[in-house]
Design a protein around this ligand. Structure first.
Ligand code: AVJ
Length: 321
């Protein structure tokens, strides 16, 4: 794939801002280009990355209970998914809705257009009669534009612990936006990774095959490709760490030497001290008490928590007040 260097993009602006800040940072939303999508799909198959397996088993076990409010009524509804990705887990719910003869339109939202194209093709094959309207863009944009049908009941999906990429304050902001887009009585099914043995958590972000390392480093490749950067990836170390107090698993890229990186598309030289970090990702973990507070602060009540038997993960069903 060819990239034209475009300095007008949000990516270009964010990279410039993030790499000139006192504490350098890049947003994990930029992990997901074509290569990043493939790497994340590999991560989801890693034994250490328990999140996907756990959520898969939850959805499979509880699909009937989760979808109950929408199965019996016969009324058409919107199924809006924040961060649909490859839709592998969502398919469990989609299959159940299709088999139950439900009347709904599926609106998968994702920052990656390629992954959405793939998803649409895939679903057209598996479910030829499904109404599907993909929306490419950030959550924020999608919520502003609201392309789904008005006057219908809504079920929003925010699976995969994607909400964990926001720190608490940003998470509340995002959840309030969702709540404002909903009508009283509508539902949000939202996945959270739960606090647990820190070793288990850290392993999930530090797999021995180095897939997660490549995923983290991919953001530098992307700057090289799209903005004409000359990052030498071998000079940066993948460094995830978990803080059991905040529940934040934070990932960094550490510059292993003093170096200068040139980003020609931004007309910028960036200097790194030895051992200087770039913060790239937050994956926040919660406990059940914190979830209750989060729901309340953002205008929801928790209807029920659907958890795996080890209580590693929850798909929490919230209702808009
Ligand atoms: C897709 C945001 C849920 O934070 O666990 C996986 C992304 N990062 N391994 C996560 C990710 C490193 C993932 N989410």
């Amino acid at each position: 794939m060819e990239y034209a260097i475009n300095t007008e993009t949000e990516f270009a602006r964010d990279v410039l801002e993030g790499l000139t800040a006192t504490n350098k940072h890049l947003s994990s939303k930029y992990f997901y280009d074509q290569r990043g999508d493939v790497l994340f799909q590999k991560i989801m198959k890693l034994p250490e990355y328990y999140l996907t397996q756990k959520e898969f088993s939850i959805l499979d076990q509880y699909k009937d209970a989760i979808l109950q409010p929408f199965l019996s009524s016969g009324q058409p509804f919107n199924l809006v998914e924040m961060g649909a990705g490859d839709g592998l887990k969502t398919k469990i719910l989609l299959r159940y809705l299709q088999d139950s003869g439900c009347n709904y339109t599926y609106y998968p939202i994702d920052i990656s257009g390629t992954v959405l194209e793939q998803l649409k093709c895939d679903l057209k094959q598996d479910f030829p009669s499904m109404c599907i309207t993909p929306i490419t863009g950030t959550y924020k944009r999608a919520l502003e534009e609201q392309k789904w049908e008005e006057g219908r009941r809504n079920l929003f999906l925010f699976l995969g612990a994607n909400i964990g990429n926001f720190d608490r304050e940003l998470a509340v902001n995002m959840l309030r936006r969702i709540s404002e887009a909903l009508n009283a009585g509508d539902y949000l099914l939202i996945g959270f990774d739960l606090k647990k043995d820190p070793e288990v958590i850290l392993q999930a972000y530090n797999d021995p095959k180095g897939v997660t390392r490549d995923f983290n480093l991919n953001i530098l490749s992307r700057i090289n490709k799209e903005l004409g950067g000359d990052f030498d990836l071998a000079k940066f170390k993948h460094w995830p760490m978990y803080d059991p107090l905040t529940g934040e698993c934070r990932s960094y890229l550490i510059s292993m030497e003093t170096q200068k990186v040139t980003i020609s598309g931004l007309d910028k030289e960036v200097y790194f001290e030895k051992a200087e970090p770039i913060h790239t990702e937050v994956s926040k973990k919660y406990n059940n008490y914190e979830l209750g507070q989060l729901a309340e602060e953002s205008g929801f009540v928790i209807t029920r928590d659907f958890e795996d038997k080890e209580h590693f993960f929850t798909d929490s069903l919230w209702q808009k007040q």
